[in-house]
Write a protein that binds this ligand. Structure first.
Ligand code: SAM
Ligand code: SF4
Length: 334
């Protein structure tokens, strides 16, 4: 089948799929505490998610990342991973992976590894139990640390994703790095993004810790070497020469990575977002539900990719946040 190529000659080989908007945590930068979730009837069934993902795989998507909300709280999620693993076995997918808060990993790590998952991204912003409870509101650190242990024991490679938050985890920077080195986890820092309408701009700007400042602080203690490696996404990597560790930086606001963008995002209601930083989306649920025939669905996907914009326009440079997105990361899938 003809691969998905957008108008800027970028091949779309990476699909991120949010399988639920629900979560067992309420991270303050991601959700409000009394978050209203979507009616269950709006969500795609696991069979519908399978059809959609399979259509993308048929059109050249090689990497599938399952996210949410918290993907591992979706009922029957293992059945879905099992279904997707057939595309690993056929060789169509080169990677099937997930981003999780880690709360359910103690239960799921071994079965996921058995299905061919090799790596998992675990979001963890602090190693201090009290601060962890504060930032996630409903999360408890020991549960996540147990989950990470289980992932390691199952042979999964763990990457820790930490949102850089000013006045919150600044003082843990070196501790986090040492802890990841000691446990052989990769580590990536994420710049906080202005997502969600009901959290107020004040909170966003207050918490904004530019990764260039984080990097400058790292450089006081380590020799940093920029690595050429790119993933088609917003991550850039440096090596800490003293320890050999590779540290990632995801800076969607301060770096332009759009020219090499290879990804699109599917929400749990079947909306396809062609760019994390733009409101435009295509509804794939309607063609999916309209007919058991795959042709209209494929056509809708191709039409959406033909609208993929050149880039996004977040901007923190002014006193107020411009280019702010009104949807939550838990909706689009971070
Ligand atoms: N629940 C899973 C988790 O936390 O890993 C997967 C979904 S979560 C929305 C994906 C990632 O988005 C997490 O690493 C989280 O820290 C990040 N995230 C959420 N809100 C964010 C924001 N406003 N700015 C930057 N990253 C954010
Ligand atoms: Fe849940 Fe992940 Fe959002 Fe935290 S960042 S509230 S764990 S979806």
């Amino acid at each position: 089948m003809v691969p998905l190529i957008d108008p800027f000659a970028r091949a779309i080989s990476y699909l991120r799929v949010s399988v639920t908007d629900r979560c067992d945590f309420r991270c303050s930068y991601c959700m409000s505490e009394n978050m209203t979730f979507l009616p269950k009837a709006d969500l795609l069934s696991l069979e519908e998610l399978d059809r959609l993902c399979t259509a993308f795989v048929g059109m050249g998507v090689q990497k599938l990342r399952i996210t949410g909300g918290e993907p591992l709280v979706r009922k029957g999620i293992l059945t879905f991973f099992e279904a997707m693993s057939r595309h690993l076995q056929s060789g169509a997918l080169s990677e099937l992976t997930l981003t999780t808060n880690g709360s359910q990993l103690a239960k799921f790590a071994a079965p996921l590894a058995a299905l061919g998952i090799r790596r998992v991204n675990v979001s963890l912003d602090t190693l201090d139990p009290a601060k962890f409870a504060q930032i996630t509101r409903w999360g408890r650190l020991p549960q996540v640390l147990d989950g990470i242990e289980a992932a390691k024991a199952a042979g999964l490679r763990v990457k820790i994703n930490a949102v850089a938050l000013k006045g919150f985890n600044e003082d843990e920077l070196f501790y986090l790095i040492d802890w990841c080195a000691a446990n052989d986890h990769d580590l990536t820092f994420i710049e906080v993004m202005p997502m969600g309408e009901d959290m107020g701009e004040g909170l966003r700007l207050d918490q904004y810790w530019p990764l260039k400042d984080l990097r400058a602080r790292l450089a006081q203690q380590y020799t940093l070497t920029d690595l050429a490696e790119r993933t088609g996404g917003p991550a850039r990597y440096v090596r800490l020469e003293e320890t050999g560790q590779k540290i990632g930086f995801i800076t969607p606001l301060t770096h332009n990575f759009c020219e090499s963008c290879n990804r699109v995002r599917l929400t749990c209601t079947g909306q396809l977002f062609m760019c994390l930083g733009q409101e435009d989306m295509a509804d794939l649920r309607a063609p999916l539900r309209a007919s058991p025939d795959e042709a209209p669905l494929e056509q809708a996907i191709r039409a959406a990719i033909a609208r993929k914009p050149k880039g996004h326009d977040f901007d923190y440079s002014r006193q107020h946040v411009t280019g702010k997105m009104t949807r939550h990361m838990s909706h689009t899938g971070g």
